[in-house]
Write a protein that binds this ligand. Structure first.
Ligand code: 6R9
Length: 665
């Protein structure tokens, strides 16, 4: 074992425990471990009764359900399937006529610092008006609508308006390329695109509509009849007559009343594409009833939401976290939330802390990558240290997207939470719809780097390759043994892939395979996620498939003969992308190699998006392969880390290439 691995493991053995304060326990919605255990016991004793009770108490039904869980076509589980509801009505209409109607729903802070506040009543009017605009163009229940928007209130309005008329949205993150957009439009069979002329990030105006035009121009997108363009900035953009209209044009003369369309509980609320272990991203399909239940309930449980809270989740609506904890959960729970358009380092790296002070944020939910980069910034420049801001409004901190290393956890706990705010380290996935494992702020003693225990009703376990339980203290495969309401329903257009990817036959066909490894501590049985067990990388909390990046690289056919992509640990981004490339020309060196590496990075940015750009590119005349022709990925991972190669290289066809591949560009 190399020193770096043993040093890392020593850091991962964590003995510090932080129990919740008495005051927090006393006031919490789930109070103490007794409260948590009571809910778990209820779920164990009467699984369906538990979920039925929660669904009745937390969701407004147009037609009550009589069936809770239908397992007859497992793993295509159905929840509350004869019930009817509308997701937007559950986020907006339900507050009308209550004191919440005049409460601020959204505090929007733009990239340039401009702040706008919108009440629940106002938001309902804006969503309804946009829903009427969609309706007027013939967009209807069951249609798919692609949303490619900046991180603005209008992005949430677009999603809510789709939900209101029963259209299924598919949000694509504003950093994805024209090609990625085109593929998703085709796969979803979308009828309309909702976008903006530009987006503002860090003082820069970046195009969105031009990328939509380019994507639609790549062909195969004839299903698209309408493109709605929110004019985020004054700069003009290309508009296609008969197809494109500005928001103002679409909204002109439309009523601000629009009756929500009730849909069946299993009606697809949205499709969200995410990376898997093959080249093609998967369209994760979510339901309406079960999803909404969990979005609302996890707001109450995980964040212990109270009426006076000011909640801030920093995730973009292009990711699942921005769906559940920006577009739906906070609204369903009646919270006041902050939506932030910009980036944490503009105009300086104190922006998050200044915003917490400015808006008296009480619950702050962000990603470890952001924390790590702000630690670095604060250490380099005292002016952007959290100490410079009044953070006394904070009562709960959250973390999501990737494992949080104990050092970053301790810094967050001390410097942001001043040792009085519990950190909820929430483990979950695009596929799970909402939190799966997390401490509860008024119940669970915290251990840095551990997502602690499953939420009540979530039957998480650690098993071996054939689905047999593994004792605490031993690492294994993370599974969920029983279905839960907000789980993925299928992969859009690909039910076979859904079954294979998540419910493998070898494990019995009914256990949900998360794709992560985990270990439970010997003493408390706490879960700690050890990382993906498939070919998925986690770069700054963003999921990237290695195969997806490989296919992008080899599609540059004039230059690339072969490519293999692996991850390597990175202090800032968690993992970094490392690409090994065989060119169709002699091995480049020096400046030529640098220039080609840049060309390849730009190519990947164009094929997938800038977030998929490899950090390291290494050239070789060959890739290390076994005699049977398999790429030796474990060996590539060692090379990527800069470790001495300890693997057996005797089967290598051409051992000399190890030297070539040692140089990163
Ligand atoms: C919500 C979200 C899912 C993957 C997941 C795991 C990693 C997320 C984590 C975590 C350790 C946590 N992950 N939260 N790992 N601790 N608290 O991020 O969804 O983008 O689909 O990513 O992220 O590897 O499998 P998604």
């Amino acid at each position: 074992m190399s020193t770096s691995t043993s040093a890392m493991e020593s850091l991962l053995v964590e003995n510090r425990v932080f129990p919740p304060s008495e005051a927090m326990v006393k006031a919490a919605r789930v109070s103490g471990m007794e409260g948590y255990n009571a809910l778990c016991a209820e779920a164990e004793k009467d699984f369906e009764g538990f979920w039925a009770r929660l669904a009745r108490e937390n969701v407004v039904w147009n037609k009550p359900f009589t069936r809770t869980l239908d397992e007859s076509n497992a793993p295509f589980y159905q929840w509350f399937d004869d019930g009817e509801l509308n997701a937007s009505a559950n986020c907006l209409d339900k507050h009308i006529g209550t004191p919440t109607e005049n409460k601020v729903a959204v505090i929007f802070e733009a990239d340039d610092g401009t702040v706008t506040k919108t009440t629940y009543k106002e938001l309902l009017a804006r969503v309804s008006q946009f829903a009427n605009a969609l309706k007027a163009d013939g967009v209807k229940k069951g249609d798919r609508v692609l949303v490619y928007m900046p991180m603005t209130l209008e992005g949430v309005i677009a999603m809510q308006a789709c939900a209101r008329i029963g259209a299924t949205h598919s949000v694509v993150f504003g950093g994805f390329s024209a090609k990625a957009l085109q593929e998703r439009i085709i796969d979803a069979g979308a009828v309309a695109v909702i976008t903006a002329n530009y987006q503002m990030r860090g003082g820069k105006e970046l195009p969105l509509k031009a990328i939509v035009d380019e994507g639609l121009g790549l062909g195969g997108c004839d299903t698209i009849k309408n493109v709605y363009v929110y004019q985020r900035t004054k700069t003009a953009c290309n508009m296609v007559a008969g197809r494109d209209k500005t928001f103002d044009e679409a909204l002109a003369g439309k009523s601000t009343d629009c009756a929500p369309v009730p849909v069946g509980a299993e009606h697809p609320l949205f499709i969200l594409y995410t990376s898997g272990s093959t080249g093609k991203p998967k369209g994760v399909q979510h339901s309406t009833g079960g999803y909404l239940l969990w979005a609302k309930l996890t707001m109450d449980w995980t964040f212990d939401l109270k009426p006076a809270d000011v909640f801030w989740c920093t995730a973009d609506i292009g990711w699942i976290t921005g769906h559940t904890y920006v577009a739906y959960g906070p609204l369903a729970a009646g919270a006041t939330q902050i939506i932030f358009e910009g980036i944490p380092t503009f105009p300086n790296a104190g922006r998050f802390w200044q915003m917490i002070e400015r808006h008296k944020c009480t619950i702050f939910y962000t990603a470890p990558t952001a924390i790590r980069s702000l630690i670095k910034a604060a250490e380099g420049d005292a002016a952007v240290h959290p100490d410079r801001s009044d953070l006394s409004s904070l009562r709960i901190l959250g973390s999501v997207g990737e494992p949080i290393n104990p050092e970053a956890w301790m810094w967050y706990y001390k410097n942001v939470g001043h040792e009085k705010c519990p950190i909820v380290d929430t483990f979950w996935q695009t596929e799970t719809g909402g939190h799966m494992m997390t401490p509860l702020p008024g119940a669970t003693p915290l251990v840095p780097g551990s997502c602690t225990l499953p939420l009540p009703g979530i039957m998480a376990a650690i098993v071996d390759e054939v689905g047999k339980d593994i004792p605490n203290g031993t690492g294994g495969i993370l599974v969920v043994k029983r279905p839960w309401p907000s789980m993925i329903r299928t992969i859009w257009n690909d039910p076979e892939r859904f079954k294979k990817a998540y419910f493998p036959e070898e494990m019995g066909g009914t256990m949900y395979l998360a794709g992560d490894g985990a270990v439970r501590s010997a003493d408390r049985g706490y879960f700690r996620i050890t990382g993906r067990i498939d070919d998925v990388l986690n770069v700054s909390g963003h999921r990237m498939g290695t195969m997806e990046i490989e296919s992008a690289l080899v599609s540059k056919t004039d230059l690339v003969a072969e490519a293999a992509v692996v991850g390597r640990p990175d202090d800032l981004t968690g993992e970094a992308i490392c690409a090994f490339v065989v060119l169709k020309r002699p091995m480049p060196k020096g400046d030529e190699a640098k220039a080609i590496a840049k060309e390849l990075r730009d190519w990947v940015a164009k094929e997938i998006g800038p977030i998929a750009k490899p950090k390291d590119i290494r050239f070789g005349e060959n890739l290390p392969k076994t005699r049977s022709g398999k790429i030796m990925r474990r060996l590539l991972r060692s090379l990527a880390k800069g470790e001495a190669v300890t693997q057996d290289t005797s089967t290598l066809e051409n051992p000399a290439i190890l030297d070539q591949l040692g140089q990163a560009y």
